[in-house]
Design a binder for this molecule. Structure first.
Ligand code: 5GP
Length: 123
């Protein structure tokens, strides 16, 4: 499944974004609502809706997103201190844009676990 989202419009320069990296397979831009001093989204240019749509055929794109994430962390000086890479899937995972993307968060020490379990217990 590959439906058009706001991220397709960013790839096509139909809406603006603060783009920090681009190559033939991926684009990275600053999140409009940053959750850390450095918060970039790394997306494949070929739309994949969710992790559930990852296949053997397109999985090389997922690996590439991590290569880009590591490159950005290095370039922006976060590689040594560390950073967090997150990919949300569907409603319970907190996904709101159905064009799969890596969140790369850095510039502060982050807590773990990453959520407040307010709705129900884990059991
Ligand atoms: P998700 O919730 O799907 O894991 O992450 C979607 C992310 O996209 C959110 O962190 C949200 O702030 C970001 N976002 C949504 N619309 C836009 C936009 O138009 N421009 C940018 N730069 N980020 C966006």
């Amino acid at each position: 499944m590959s439906s058009e989202t706001i991220f397709t419009k960013i790839i096509n320069r139909e809406i603006p974004a603060d783009i920090v990296y681009e190559d033939e397979k991926a684009l990275a831009f600053r999140d409009i609502n940053p959750q850390a001093p450095f918060h970039v989204l790394v997306i494949p240019k070929t739309a994949i809706a969710t992790i559930n749509d990852v296949t053997e055929e397109n999985s090389h794109l997922i690996g590439h997103l991590y290569v880009v994430a590591a490159k950005l962390a290095q370039e922006h000086g976060f590689a040594e201190d560390g950073y967090r890479v997150v990919m949300n899937c569907n409603e319970h995972g907190g996904q709101t844009v159905y064009h799969l993307h890596l969140h790369v968060l850095a510039g502060k020490e982050m807590g773990w676990p990453p959520y407040q379990d307010t709705k129900k217990g884990l059991a």
